[in-house]
Ligand binder design. Structure first.
Ligand code: SAH
Length: 292
């Protein structure tokens, strides 16, 4: 309890100086007022403000992890993410960093643990592939985070950009990114968006195109686009971009085979202006000065 003193009150106009000053920044008193002939002291411990960094590790290759992400990882006291991602960056962490990797199956659970750890005053890094804000952990974490912690977002190279750079320049004009995962989004909503993209002649980049349990959605999506675009429209499939088993396939809407894509692939479907030049998929910027 802060300790009032009538002598101090008479001298400086307030009954508490040492303890009140120690507690001015919040926190709890750990050493109550002590006096000597020369000084009076009190000590309070201020809980550190927690920090939650939302870090995208990029598509896989270490040199596609942005330097700011590496700096945030070195700063972290707690790292949270799936094993495969934590394994990618273990060497960047300080010794003694707490790793909460496996056993946290659901996204919601990882988000909750991350926010909870930050609230306790830790510097927490929540890691995932690509960019943390694209079909990833940033949104579930921020839905839970209050203004009692600091939040730092570090942008990462998302899969669509990694894939596009391997294919050429397919995203050179307007494009849309759609996830074909109907685990959290009803298929009729996804279908409506594909239809809107088809109708608007947008280049489409599909994330989560196909998995063992979701094997018909990609065919269905491509059929919708094929009803609006010529069979010769270029399609690029990039599997495991920047990882050891990277595979780049260039085909057309008419010849596309869903089997070329899996859950670590991005499928990019061109618009009416997209073409292939020297084996590279290009969507022209369409400015008049280029048309001569
Ligand atoms: N946050 C991630 C996306 C997570 S959703 C990002 O920004 O990239 C998972 C989907 O991302 C996968 O199904 C796949 O479509 C895509 N993906 C992630 N890494 C990839 C890679 N290295 N190559 C191709 N696609 C990838």
């Amino acid at each position: 309890m802060p300790c009032p003193s009538p002598i101090v009150a008479a001298a400086v106009g307030t009954p508490r100086v040492a303890e009140a000053s120690a507690l001015a920044g919040g926190g709890t008193l750990v050493v109550p007022k002590r006096k000597s002939a020369m000084a009076t002291v009190a000590v309070a411990r201020v809980a550190p403000r927690g920090r939650l960094s939302l870090i995208g590790l990029g598509p896989g290759a270490r040199d596609l992890l942005v330097p700011r992400a590496a700096a945030e990882l070195r700063r972290a006291g707690v790292v949270i993410g799936l094993d495969q991602y934590v394994d990618q960056i273990r060497d960047l962490l300080r010794p003694g960093t707490q790793i909460l990797a496996s056993g946290l199956g659901a996204e919601e659970e990882r988000a909750r643990v991350a926010v909870e750890q930050a609230r306790r005053g830790h510097a927490v890094a929540l890691v995932g592939s690509g960019d943390a804000g694209v079909y990833a952990m940033a949104s579930p974490a921020l839905e839970l985070a209050g203004d009692d912690i600091d939040v730092v977002g570090v942008p990462g190279v998302t899969a669509a950009l990694a894939a596009a750079s391997l294919l050429g320049a397919p995203l050179g004009h307007d494009h849309v990114v759609l996830s074909l995962s109907d685990l959290h989004t009803p298929w009729d909503v996804i279908e409506r968006r594909i239809l809107a993209a088809a109708d608007s002649d947008l280049v489409v980049a599909f994330y989560n195109p196909r998995s063992r349990t979701r094997d018909w959605q990609l065919r269905s999506a491509m059929d919708i686009l094929a009803r609006h675009r010529p069979a010769a429209t270029p399609v690029g499939v990039v599997r495991a971009a920047s990882r050891p088993r990277q595979r780049v396939t260039l085909t057309t809407l008419g010849e596309f085979r869903p089997g070329t894509a899996d859950m670590v692939s991005v499928v990019i479907v061109g618009c009416s202006a997209t073409r292939v030049v020297a084996g590279r998929m290009i969507t022209p910027r369409g400015y008049r000065w280029l048309r001569t």
